[in-house]
Design a protein around this ligand. Structure first.
Ligand SMILES: [Zn+2]
Ligand SMILES: [Zn+2]
Length: 406
């Protein structure tokens, strides 16, 4: 493989030109997804549109892969090194594409299209995974279990954010576990026979109070929150059942395990004090914290700058959580971020939804696709990075990416 600087510049130019030539259909893809917000595990149209655009560019595509009806896959080339680009496309209830996942899908599709003509020269295999249910559910955890990254040397994605541009390491994504908790007692008339009741709402009250007191002793990097989902029907019946939703966030897996144990003890206290029985189960797939690969961060930050953007250094801001965290725990991977110019809103706000469909949103998707494609190319052409990634893939035991890390 020819990796001299002149050849590399030529391949980077081919990538930019291919992206520019395909840009009208990619913008159409972005708007089609944005205009038709589909919720977690129901992203049929988005997956179809993504599959269509890649299929018409010569990718081998499949819908409904790895056991998820709205997951899709598109593969091009047969190089030794496999770059897996993640395309999220789910929206939020009520507020639509206020997380800008239309930009994520467009960036992944654009990067893949742009890489196709250089795949052979770079000895690269390109794989796009359409990953459902990032906002709730954790489609990437389902896909990991089903082996979707088993063939991957590394994996990349990028998420839009409000301005300014920051390093891929500047935004911290925490681990999160979400539980459903239910207390079971005995219902009774609230005035005529309260002594016959075992009060499930009292158990919930004790749990929430204990949890509120626990917060003072928790690490500042953690966060716990609970809501009452079902607290009874009428005031003259003491509830025999109470259901809560609980979420626990922490900066790393050790902290998460510790905070989870202490928080669940508060819920056990509610049961002990009232005589209720209780049960709890995970309400959805847990998300691990994002651990971006340092090699990929360096290349991503440089390529983001090469698109003409400026990275503000040193900003440490707190993100939410993402199921891409689970991917970063099991193979070299990157969850980059890119700013929508002039946008001061945060994801999950209405103004961010508007920005995701604006001209600036389109420019963001272009730069995001370009930086993703250039990063994949750098990984393929840099002899040290390439051999490191291939070595790590070779040393990974079969099935290693399918194991639960959280
Ligand atoms: Zn979101
Ligand atoms: Zn998002």
């Amino acid at each position: 493989m020819n990796t001299d600087p002149q050849r590399r510049s030529e391949l980077r130019r081919i990538i930019r030109n291919t992206l520019a030539n395909n840009w009208p259909s990619l913008v159409a893809l972005s708007h089609a997804i944005h205009d038709d917000p589909e919720l977690a595990y129901h992203e049929y149209h988005a997956a179809e549109q993504l599959t269509r655009i890649l299929s018409s560019a010569g990718f081998h595509t499949d819908m409904g892969v790895y056991g998820l009806p709205t997951a899709c896959e598109a593969v091009f080339g047969n190089g030794e090194l496999t770059a897996t680009l993640c395309a999220e496309y789910d929206a939020l209830p009520g507020i639509g594409h206020a997380c800008g996942h239309n930009i994520i899908a467009t960036a992944a599709a654009g990067a893949a299209l742009a890489l196709a003509p250089v795949a052979e020269a770079a000895d690269l295999r390109i794989k796009v995974l359409g990953t459902p249910a990032e906002e709730h559910g954790g489609g990437k955890a389902d896909l990991l279990r089903a082996g979707a990254w088993e063939d991957s040397s590394f994996s990349l994605m990028v998420h839009p954010m409000g301005a300014p541009d920051v390093s891929a390491d500047a935004v911290k994504y925490t681990a999160v576990k979400r539980y459903s908790v239910t207390y079971y007692g005995v219902a009774s008339h609230a005035a005529a026979a309260p002594e016959l009741a075992t009060n499930a709402s009292a158990a919930a009250t004790i749990a929430l109070t204990a949890m509120a007191l626990l917060r003072q002793q928790l690490p500042k990097t953690s966060n716990i929150n609970a809501i009452v989902v079902d607290g009874g029907d009428v005031t003259n019946i003491i509830p025999g059942k109470n259901e809560l939703g609980l979420e626990i966030r922490a900066q790393d897996l050790d902290e998460l395990a510790d905070v989870t144990r202490r928080t669940l003890a508060c819920f056990e206290a509610g049961a002990i004090a009232t005589g209720c029985t209780w049960e709890h189960h995970l309400a959805e797939n847990p998300y691990a914290p994002v651990a971006n690969d340092p090699l990929l961060v360096t290349m991503w930050d440089k390529n983001l700058t090469d698109t003409g953007r400026q990275i503000s250094g040193g900003i440490e801001s707190s993100g939410g959580s993402t199921d891409m965290g689970n991917v970063t725990q099991v193979l070299p991977a990157l969850h980059g971020v890119i700013a929508i110019e002039g946008c001061s809103a945060s994801p999950h706000q209405e103004a961010f939804r508007e920005a995701a469909a604006s001209k600036e949103g389109e420019r963001t998707a272009f730069d995001a696709a370009l930086a993703l494609a250039w990063t994949a190319l750098d990984a393929a052409l840099d002899p040290a990075v390439r051999s490191e990634l291939l070595l790590r893939q070779a040393q990974r035991p079969a099935g290693a990416t399918t194991l639960e890390t959280i």
